[in-house]
Design a binder for this molecule. Structure first.
Ligand code: AMP
Length: 439
C-alpha cells in the first residue's frame, strides 16, 4: 500500500500539527517508504539524495517513538544523529525542533567550532535527541563527558559523505559505544559502491532497504544546461552575465578549491555583484552569518566549495552554478540538489572548459540524458568543442603535427639573421667561426 497522507502513518497529533505548520501536505516518496518500517522498529538502509525529504523521513519515526515511550526522569540522549558537517547538524536539529514544537522533547547539537564548555548544558540537562558531527562527539565520549548508554536509535545522515570524508572509523567507534541501541537508520545519497555496502553490513541489522528513486522525479524539476568556456576569464564573464539575468534570484556557485572561493567572490564584487562565501576553514560564526544572510535575502549570491556547502538547505535557491565542474557525477547531483527544493523549480548551469568534457559525458549517462549546450551570443567560445574521449587533450595526430611544426620553427630560428648580428659584422663573424672550430 502506498502512503499518500500523513494521517495514514499513525503519527502523534502533535507531530501532525507541526507538519501542518511547516506546510507539508503529503509525505514525499522516501518518507512514505521509510517511515512505516522505521516506526515498526526495523533498521533502515535508505537511498535518498538531499532535497527528497529524507530528514523528516528519519526524524518522524524516532520522534514518534520518543512520544510513545516517554522517559520517566530526565537523562542522556535516546536518539543520536551523526552528520558529516556542522551545517547539516544544525539544519537537522532545526527541523527536529520545528517538528517537536508542540511537545516537550529536547534537541541539542554537538559540533566543532563551538567553545568546548558551551556544550556543558548538553551534559547537565535532559536531552532526548542529539545531532552531532563525529569529531567533537568522539572527544566528549573519550573524556567521558558524553553518556551513550541511553541511546536507543543511532541515525547516520549522508553516510556516503561521511565515508568520503574519512569518518568510517569514528562512526564504528560510536557504533560500538552505542551497542545497546535497538535501531539504526542509515541514509545515503546513493548506495552504489562496495565501501558503503560493507559499512552498512557492519552497522545495520537486517535492514529494510528503501530506495524510492525519488531523484528522477525530483530532478525533473531542475532544468540543466551548460555553456562552453575557453578559460577561467571566460567563465567569469559568462557567470557575471548570467547572474544579472532577471530570473536568477538566489544562487549558489560551486568551485573546486578553497582559494578559488575568495578569488571568485572578489571578482564578482568587482563586477558589482553582492556576494558572500562559505569555505571549510571559516570560523563557525562567520559561516552561520553567511548562511543567514542568504536565508533572509540580504545577499543573493553564495560562492562555496563542496565540503562547505554540504547539507545547505536554503529553500528558495533558484540557480546552482558549477563554476568549476565537480570531480564526479555523484557530486554533480549533490550540488544541483541545492535548488528545486520542496517542490519548487530550479536551474543548474555548468560552465565547462575543454578538460571538463569527459565528466560532462559521465553526468549525462548518470542522469540518463545528456546536458544541453547553450550559447550567449556576445560571449561565444573561441575554442572548438573537444570530443569526449580526448578529454580536452590534443589528439595524437595533432600532437605529431605540433612536434613537426616546433622542429620546423627551430630550423627557421637557426638560419634567422637578426639585425643586431649584422652590425659589427667583421669582428663578430671571426669570433663565431673561431668558436665553432674550437667546439
Ligand atoms: P531534505 O531532503 O530532508 O533536505 O528536505 C528537502 C526540503 O524539502 C526541505 O526544505 C524540507 O523542509 C522539505 N520537505 C521535506 N518533507 C516535505 C514534505 N512532506 N512536503 C513538503 N516539503 C517537504
Amino acid at each position: 500500500m502506498t502512503v499518500t497522507h500523513f494521517s495514514e502513518l499513525e503519527l502523534d497529533e502533535r507531530l501532525i500539527i507541526a507538519l501542518h505548520d511547516k506546510g507539508y501536505e503529503r509525505p514525499t516518496a522516501i518518507q512514505a517508504e521509510a517511515i512505516p518500517p522505521a516506526m515498526n522498529g526495523r533498521d533502515v538502509l535508505g537511498s535518498a539524495p538531499t532535497g527528497t525529504g529524507k530528514t523528516a523521513a528519519f526524524l518522524l519515526p524516532v520522534l514518534q517513538h520518543l512520544l510513545d515511550f516517554p522517559r520517566k526522569k530526565s537523562g542522556p540522549p535516546r536518539v543520536l544523529i551523526l552528520t558529516p558537517t556542522r551545517e547539516l547538524a544544525m539544519q537537522v536539529a532545526d527541523q527536529a525542533r520545528e517538528l517537536v514544537a508542540h511537545t516537550s522533547l529536547d534537541i541539542a547539537t554537538i559540533t566543532g567550532g563551538v567553545a568546548y564548555m558551551n556544550h556543558a548544558e548538553v551534559f547537565s540537562e535532559n536531552q532526548d535527541m542529539v545531532v552531532a558531527t563525529t569529531g567533537r562527539l568522539l572527544q566528549y565520549i573519550k573524556e567521558e563527558n558524553f553518556d551513550c548508554h541511553a541511546v536507543e536509535t543511532l541515525i547516520l545522515d549522508e553516510a556516503d559523505r561521511m565515508l568520503d570524508m574519512g569518518f568510517a572509523q569514528d562512526i564504528e567507534i560510536i557504533s560500538a559505544e552505542t551497542r545497546w541501541r535497538n535501531q539504526t537508520l542509515l541514509f545515503s545519497a546513493t548506495l552504489e559502491g562496495e565501501a558503503i555496502h560493507a559499512f552498512a553490513e557492519r552497522i545495520l541489522k537486517e535492514p529494510v532497504k528503501v530506495e524510492a528513486d525519488p531523484s528522477r522525479r525530483e530532478r525533473k524539476k531542475i532544468l540543466q544546461w551548460y555553456y562552453r568556456a575557453d578559460d577561467v576569464q571566460h567563465k567569469t564573464e559568462l557567470l557575471a552575465h548570467l547572474l544579472k539575468q532577471p530570473d536568477v534570484q538566489k544562487s549558489v556557485i560551486f568551485v573546486r578549491k578553497r582559494e578559488r572561493v575568495h578569488e571568485l567572490a572578489t571578482w564578482l564584487r568587482e563586477a558589482g555583484i553582492n556576494t558572500c562565501y562559505l569555505e571549510g576553514e571559516m570560523v563557525q560564526a562567520k559561516r552561520n552569518e553567511a548562511v543567514k544572510r542568504m536565508m533572509d535575502g540580504r545577499i543573493d549570491v553564495l560562492v562555496a566549495t563542496d565540503v562547505a556547502a554540504r547539507g545547505l538547505d536554503i529553500i528558495d535557491i533558484t540557480h546552482v552554478f558549477n563554476f568549476d565542474m565537480p570531480r564526479t557525477a555523484d557530486t554533480y547531483l549533490h550540488r544541483i540538489g541545492r535548488t528545486g527544493r520542496a517542490g519548487r523549480k530550479g536551474t543548474a548551469i555548468s560552465l565547462v572548459e575543454a578538460h571538463d568534457h569527459r565528466l560532462l559525458g559521465k553526468v549525462g549517462r548518470y542522469l540518463n540524458e545528456p546536458l544541453k549546450p547553450r550559447v550567449i551570443d556576445e560571449l561565444r567560445p573561441k575554442t572548438k568543442m573537444p570530443n569526449e574521449k580526448s578529454n580536452g587533450k590534443p589528439s595524437k595526430k595533432l600532437l605529431a603535427k605540433r612536434i613537426q611544426d616546433k622542429a620546423k620553427n627551430k630550423e627557421k630560428a637557426k638560419v634567422k639573421v637578426r639585425h643586431r648580428n649584422t652590425k659589427n659584422v667583421g669582428k663578430r663573424r671571426q669570433a663565431k667561426a673561431k668558436r665553432e672550430n674550437d667546439a
